[in-house]
Design a protein around this ligand. Structure first.
Ligand SMILES: O=c1[nH]c(=O)c2ncn([C@@H]3O[C@H](COP(=O)(O)OP(=O)(O)OP(=O)(O)O)[C@@H](O)[C@H]3O)c2[nH]1
Ligand SMILES: [Mg+2]
Length: 199
């Protein structure tokens, strides 16, 4: 199989995790920027899988490599699973996460621990040079904490609390986060598919 993967994301935080998780595939992993691609993709799907496919197909249309894409987000049960697929756009794409995270903490300020459940969801899409298309999904269950804690990760990590670790995903080092995260799980499943396709 073609030995190069273009990962169709503009999110540097995702890209760092993806690179580490896919490092044992033995393939060259290029971000869109590294592949010299600069396009704005409209994510108008209604599910994580649809949006991941929209991103992968948009780049596949202009490249002969294997293309992978990630669509992910935070589902807060008390907020009817919002922001969900709108996580990047919640309160505006350019609003700092300190503001977005403070808003979610404020909305949940009187909510009891059992009603603070939340999860990260990640769909990975792959489009291969032979036209085959695959999607995988990973989730990690946790809860919305009571304060912003931790410097690692990106986005909502500082308020996403994992009871079994007693800390937020922003307090885990990247390797530990990747072992348990939505993205880690979805990409491990995709690696299995890609390895089988290579045989
Ligand atoms: O704290 C977090 N830790 C994570 O591990 C994580 N994964 C997803 N998210 C949130 O969900 C949006 C994805 O939206 P999204 O899939 O459209 O990505 P994006 O717009 O950032 O980049 P692109 O890949 O579309 O170019 C992101 O921006 C974040 O707000 C996360 N937050
Ligand atoms: Mg996006």
């Amino acid at each position: 199989m073609n030995n190069k993967i273009i990962f169709a994301t503009g999110n540097e935080g995702k890209m760092k995790e993806v690179r580490s998780i896919l490092s044992d595939l033995g393939m060259e992993i290029l971000s869109m920027k590294e592949a010299g691609i600069d396009v704005d993709i409209e994510e108008n799907g209604t599910t994580f899988e649809e949006n991941a496919l929209i991103k992968a197909n948009a780049i596949k249309a202009i490249s002969n490599s294997i293309v992978l894409a990630d669509d992910s987000g935070l589902e807060v049960d008390y907020l009817n699973r919002e922001p969900g697929i709108y996580s990047a756009r919640y309160m505006g794409e350019n609003t700092p996460y300190t503001v977005k995270n403070s808003k979610i903490l404020e909305l949940l300020k009187d909510v009891t621990p059992e009603n603070r459940t939340a999860r990260f969801v990640c769909a990975i899409a792959a489009v291969l040079p032979n036209g085959k298309v695959f999607t995988t999904r990973g989730t990690v269950e946790g809860m919305i904490g009571y304060e912003i804690s931790g410097e690692n990760g990106f986005g909502y990590d500082p308020i996403f609390y994992l009871p079994e670790f007693g800390c937020t995903t922003a307090q885990l080092d990247m390797n530990k986060k990747n072992e348990v995260s939505h993205r880690g799980k979805a990409l491990q499943a995709m690696k299995e598919i890609l390895r089988k396709e290579e045989e």
